[in-house]
Structure formats: C-alpha cells, structure tokens
Design a protein around this ligand. Structure first.
Ligand SMILES: Cc1ncc(COP(=O)(O)O)c(C=O)c1O
Length: 422
C-alpha cells in the first residue's frame, strides 16, 4: 500500500500499522512494537480486546446516528457509569464530546456561560499556565502554552493570561493585574503531560490554587484529558493530587483508544444557572455517538472489574523504580518524574549545568525515533523550559518484562542520540 499521499502536509512517509493486540502493535513490514506510550497516552485496557469489538458491532447494529439532544440507552448508561464511579460525586453532570480538545473547548464555554448566567458577563478571561497543553483547537491552543504547537499561529490565538506551572502564589499577582472581576476560570493539568513530560507540581500547589480561585469566585477547570480515568493510579488525577475542581475535561482513556470520545463534567451548581436562561451550550454533531458511549462504558467496566486502577498504581511504582535505577546518574537525564503510569524523563545536554540540547537537535524526537527502530514506542514531549522529554504511558496491563524492555531500549536510544550529537 502506498502511504506517501497520506499526510496532509508532505513529509516523510509514516509506517503502516496493520493490527494490534495486548501491549503491541504490528506494522506492514512485519515488526511488533511495544506500545510503551499507550499510543498518545490513551490505551489503558490493552489493544485488541475482542469483547470490545463485539460491543461495538452490537451497538452499530442497533443504532447509528442520533442527534445529541436526545437520550439513548447507551448515553444514559455511560452518564451513570461515569458519575457513579469516576467523578467526585454522583450529583455531577456530564456531556460527551469526541476528544480532548473538544472537552477543553466545551469546558471553557461552560465556565463562561456560568458567569454570564449568574449576571457576570464581564468575567471572560481564562487563566492558563506556562507550561501547559490543552489541545489543538483555537480555544485550547490559546489556553495552553505549548510553544512548538502554537508556533506560526500566534496571531490567530486570542490572548489569555498565563501564570506559573509551579508557584501558586504567582496566580494572586496575575489576578491582581487582570482584575478578579474579569476572570471566569483557571485551567491546568493536574500533572503536566505533553508540554512538560509528566511534571508533578509541589505538594501544596493544587490546594493553594483551589483556595485562591475560590476566594475570587474563579472556577477551577482540571484538564484531565491525559490524567483521568486511572492513568495516575487513582480514579482521577485531581484525586491523586488532593484537590477537587469545579469542572473537569477528560477524554483519552475514557474510550481506551477504541473510540474517539471525551467529556465535560461539572458540579451541578456550575450548570444549573445556565439551565435557567436561554443561553445555549451548543453540541458537536458527533458528540456522544451510541457506538462511542457503548464502547466507553465497556472499557470503564473492564478497568473497574479487572482492578486496573490499582494495577496502574503498582506497575507505575515498578516502572518508576526501574527508571530510577537506570537513569538516576545518567548525564543526559535531569529529572525522573510522574505519577502512576504517566512517567517522564527530562532530557538535557548536561545534567550538571542543566544546559538543554539546541532545539535544532530535536533530541527527544531523535530518542523516540531510535527507540522505535528498536521496537519500542515512547511518547516525545516537552516545550519551553521542559524542551526535551519522553513519556511512558503504557496500557495498565503492562508486565515487568515489558517495563524492562522499554527502559532498556530507551536507555540505549538516549545514549545513541547523545553520542551522535557529540
Ligand atoms: C492535557 C491534554 N488536554 C487536551 C488534549 C487534546 O486532546 P485531543 O488530542 O484528544 O484533542 C491533550 C492531548 O494530548 C492533552 O494531553
């Protein structure tokens, strides 16, 4: 099969993936690749589960497209699954969308409409963080600060104030400069993924952020697209980090990689005022398709019944231990970080001085390419002060032998990439 016409923007031809099972995906040239990145930190129950294929077939044979304003059995069942087992409280409300960026965009709209409905239309600013990534729609890119993903688009993106990713007190200063009465929400990832390679903030960070926001009537949006649904070895990322947001945006693991799905979840008092007005939270045409809801419910049931959140916690510890053994003295690894099965390595030219590699070296990308040649997929990440990082986000069914393989191959890839540069 000719894949050269496949990319929108012409570039190197991508490999052709033909099928997947368990921890592995296979390519047309006969290679079996260990999925240490869970794709894009998505796959949680493992690839190729036949019971999921069956649920999908049954769902499609029963219903195809239903406009999102109508209820269907699958939609209601997924709302119940998510609110009964995954959200801070069963009273929380949710709506499903088709992915992470849509979740974030919808969360920003909910926050804004909340304030408008409460008679505060002047609260229109969202405070994001430097460093962060919230998705690739215009709104999500504007709320985030991933420099390489924003490059060339800066003039298209509405300007949104940013605060520190690690010093909660800086938020007070930003609020003072902007004026609390102009701010609708603060958005952040509990553990920063794509932009910072699994950076975990200081212990009191989220408690302090929550206090400051509550004091100024600013809604806290937790972007749990990467950290949600068990990834950090806890039900949701905010639980692992010890805070309760007002609104959550989450996708990725919600569908386990089998279907495109995300969602926005909020405390009832956030959305109740909107319901008393004529303000519209416009749906996306393909939001909450029956196929996606049926599959997603089955994925979450599997995570629960097979105790995979606890497994993500214990295998996360094992992975972290192996990373520490292998990299604690490595000259190009400045930090080993993360929670549960979202772990990352910060990569630098010189660990002693902290000097980064020049961006032109694309070090993290080179490392992941070399690892891929050696049949392990790890996820390249980083931006700004975290310019080069790689992340491990394997399926929760990962075993010790897989961990050994991903750590060993990554070590060899880092050594080879550094040797090529020097
Ligand atoms: C924290 C976070 N938010 C939002 C997104 C965007 O999600 P999607 O790519 O599914 O639109 C991502 C994707 O990596 C993410 O990591």
């Amino acid at each position: 099969m000719d894949v050269s016409r496949f990319p929108l923007v012409p570039g190197p031809s991508p490999m052709l993936v033909t099928h997947s099972e368990g921890m592995w995906f296979h390519t047309s040239d006969g290679r079996r690749i260990l999925d240490a990145g869970g794709g894009a930190i998505v796959t949680n129950i493992g690839h190729g589960r036949q019971e999921i294929a069956q649920v999908a077939a049954d769902a499609l044979s029963q219903l195809d497209y239903v406009v999102p304003i109508f209820a269907t059995e699958a939609r209601v069942a997924l709302v119940e699954e998510v609110s009964d087992h995954w959200l801070p409280d069963p009273s929380w409300r949710c709506v499903f969308v088709s992915g992470g960026s849509e979740s974030v965009d919808a969360a920003l709209r909910v926050a804004q409409l909340h304030h408008v409905a409460c008679g505060r239309p002047e609260r229109h600013k969202v405070i994001g963080r430097d460093v962060s990534y919230h998705g690739a729609t215009v709104g999500a890119l504007a709320a985030g600060s991933h420099d390489r993903r924003r490059k060339g688009l800066e003039h298209l993106l509405p300007s949104m104030p940013k605060t520190s990713y690690r010093d909660p007190d800086e938020l007070e200063k930003v609020i003072e400069i902007e004026g609390a009465e102009t701010i609708s929400a603060f958005i952040g990832e509990p553990v920063i993924g794509a932009a910072a390679g699994a950076y975990v903030p200081p212990d009191d960070y989220w408690t302090r952020i929550s206090e400051i926001c509550a004091q100024h009537n600013i809604l806290v949006i937790a972007d749990e697209v990467m950290t949600g649904f068990g990834r950090l070895g806890a039900t949701m990322g905010h639980e692992a980090l010890g805070f309760t947001p007002d609104i959550i945006a989450a996708g990725k693991g919600l569908g386990g990689g089998y279907v495109p799905i995300g969602g926005v979840y909020c405390r009832p008092d956030v959305v109740e005022p909107i319901g008393k007005t004529d303000l519209a939270l416009m749906f996306y045409t393909f939001a909450g398709q029956d196929l996606c809801c049926s599959v997603s419910k089955k994925v979450l049931e599997i995570v629960r019944t097979e105790n995979l959140v606890a497994q993500a916690a214990s295998m996360g510890e094992l992975l972290r231990g192996r990373l520490e053994e292998e990299f604690q003295d490595h000259p190009n690894v400045e930090s080993i970080r993360g929670r549960g099965l979202l772990q990352g390595l910060g990569l630098v030219a010189d660990r002693e001085t902290g000097d980064p590699f020049p961006r032109s070296a694309a070090f993290a990308e080179t490392v992941t390419n070399i690892a891929l040649e050696n049949e392990v997929w790890v996820y390249p990440s980083g931006s700004g002060v975290f310019d080069d990082a790689v992340m491990f986000g394997p399926p929760f069914i990962v075993e010790e032998s897989h961990i050994d393989q991903m750590v060993t191959v990554t070590r060899q890839a880092i050594d080879a990439a550094a040797a090529a540069l020097s």
